[in-house]
Design a binder for this molecule. Structure first.
Ligand code: C5P
Length: 236
């Protein structure tokens, strides 16, 4: 597959605008999509999306919406009008919220005559492990993820965000669902705050469609070559 490769998405989590644009520019020949989360979106708003698109890249807007259905439905209409490639909502928000978001996104894209963004459901954050879930009285991450994915699929979402280990079960049960895997670490890189991590090759082998990588690339002295190293490993 030729460059830029859309399987690797780089998370740029900083409010520093010149840093964001410098990083995006240094990666544009390698990756097609950058992830904008609340850190950078809150600092610069929708204009940031336009700036990134103007250098020829697509945006994954990762605001992880988690609210009552009416609030989320309204917000996804706005997000759709920004022209992003994909965005996230929390599957914990419930079936009505997920169905409302999927429907509002499709309607808004049709109304504006633009490509519908992928609606991705966050399952259980990769920074959360079994210990915290058991403290809450849940069975653990694996069973929780599988149940959330079932409801996400039935609610009409395009895909889910899950750990590299979860990806294999998700793809077995729901072939049509896209799986996006964060918490990617090369063996040599620090885990930071992530708990359920995966290497690039393991995530791809398990069926991941997209890998989101932040600090292992953005904190590197040479982000372009760090991204290339990960891509080489994705391509095996
Ligand atoms: O720096 P690092 O590679 O850990 O960044 C991972 C990115 O993926 C962060 O921007 C984080 O918000 C996001 N993410 C995650 N776990 C999820 C969903 C998104 O780490 N379940």
């Amino acid at each position: 597959m030729s460059l830029p490769d859309d399987r690797l998405i780089i998370a740029i989590d900083t409010p520093d605008l010149s840093g964001i644009l410098r990083l995006a520019n240094s990666l544009r020949d390698i990756v097609r999509v950058v992830k904008i989360g609340s850190t950078s979106f809150n600092a610069h708003g929708p204009e940031l999306i336009g700036m990134i698109k103007s250098i020829g890249m697509d945006v994954f807007l990762d605001l992880k919406l988690f609210d009552i259905p009416q609030q989320v439905t309204q917000t996804v209409r706005d997000i759709t009008s920004f022209g992003v490639k994909m965005f996230t909502i929390h599957t914990f928000g419930g079936i009505d919220m997920m169905k409302g978001a999927a429907q509002a996104t499709a309607e808004q894209a049709e109304r504006l005559g633009i490509k519908k963004p992928l609606v991705m459901g966050v399952t259980i954050l990769t920074s959360i492990d079994d210990e915290w879930l058991r403290m809450l009285g849940f069975d653990g991450a694996e069973r929780g993820v599988d149940r959330l994915v079932e409801f996400a699929s039935a609610s009409g979402l395009d895909g889910v965000v899950a750990s590299g280990d979860d990806a294999v079960r998700i793809k077995d049960a729901h072939q049509g669902l896209k799986v996006l895997v964060p918490g990617i670490r090369l063996d040599s890189t620090p885990k930071d705050d992530q708990k359920r991590i995966s290497t690039p090759e393991a995530a791809i082998k398990n069926g991941a469609d997209y890998l989101v990588v932040g600090r292992p690339v953005t904190q590197s002295k040479d982000p372009g070559s760090a991204a290339m190293t990960i891509l080489d490993r994705i391509r095996g």
